[in-house]
Write a protein that binds this ligand. Structure first.
Ligand code: HEM
Length: 261
């Protein structure tokens, strides 16, 4: 078990505050300004980082489960990942109760701090396999900020996911057409799709929140303009194949599908 220690070494009994290490958790929120709204801003960031930590924890479990064809267990955890991502998105409307005018009052004191410097966020993306689909710029940017991060995860969720389908020797189209006979593989594909969808939804909702808080032309505290950075992230997909083959499914059933891009 990760990060466990033995409470029996000190006292055989321990309480809630000890188990949760509340002394450390609750003293880590330190405002850099006296502005009351900075408290909410920090809380949302902290909560999000805790969820990123848990996503990393579960992603580390899922890849070996897929490699061992333990699909029931892997699917169970993949469903959870999708739910956590949806929960993460639900933080944006809460943060939007901080007005743009309030944020403008303490924003200069954040100096160069920006969510784009979240190592855990990038780790989650790389563990799922975004470096394999997002292109060269993404890899260069990740490598320059966190040298070695991509090599740290030589086997992504994407790799383990497609290896399962290769071993089964079935195409996505075959699996969807025989979804009740190939139910676990079908669920696996749906769960991966849901992770992609929920991640995209998080990104889009973050962008809407950013527009509300600082506007569309303002430079972020991380130094980027919307059109140069955040806009490009809306084209990121972990499993583009799961989106694309749906056209084929429609076409096979007699639907009209536009050819080319
Ligand atoms: C008022 C609140 C917020 C504003 C105005 C805001 C604004 C921005 C901007 C402008 C960027 C682009 C990089 C830059 O130049 O800074 C960015 C990136 C990012 N922000 Fe926020 N943000 C806010 C809150 C948050 C929170 C609470 C989180 C939670 C962790 C977060 C996570 C991220 C991440 C992960 C990125 C990088 C996205 C990517 O690389 O795809 N942001 N944010």
């Amino acid at each position: 078990m990760a990060e466990a220690d033995n409470p029996a070494e000190g006292s055989p009994q321990f309480d809630y505050a000890y188990h949760l290490r509340l002394d450390q958790l609750l003293t880590s929120l330190r405002q850099v300004t006296p502005h009351p709204e900075e408290h909410l801003f920090l809380t949302v960031h902290h909560v999000m980082e805790l969820w990123f930590k848990h996503l990393i924890f579960d992603l580390e479990r899922i890849v070996p489960l897929l490699d061992a064809d333990k699909l029931a267990e892997a699917n169970w955890l993949l469903v959870r990942i999708g739910k956590i991502l949806s929960l993460a998105e639900a933080h944006w409307p809460v943060l939007e109760t901080m007005t743009a005018a309030d944020f403008a009052e303490f924003r200069p004191y954040l100096t160069g701090a920006s969510g784009m410097q979240s190592r855990q966020f990038r780790q989650v993306e790389v563990m799922i396999g975004l470096h394999q689909t997002a292109g060269e710029d993404y890899c260069k940017r990740t490598e320059s900020l966190w040298p070695g991060m991509i090599e740290e995860y030589p086997r992504s969720l994407r790799d383990a996911f497609f290896a399962v389908f290769d071993r089964a020797d079935l195409s996505l189209l075959e699996i969807y057409k025989n979804r009740w006979q190939q139910h676990q593989l079908f669920q696996l594909a749906e769960n991966a799709f849901e992770i992609d969808r929920a991640f995209q939804s998080w990104r889009h909702r973050h962008i809407l929140m950013v527009r509300r808080q600082i506007g569309i032309r303002a430079r972020g505290t991380g130094g980027t303009f919307f059109k140069d950075y955040l806009a490009s992230t809306t084209h990121y997909y972990f499993f583009p194949e799961l989106f694309e083959f749906r056209d084929q499914l429609t076409e096979d059933a007699g639907g009209d599908v536009m050819q080319g891009d």
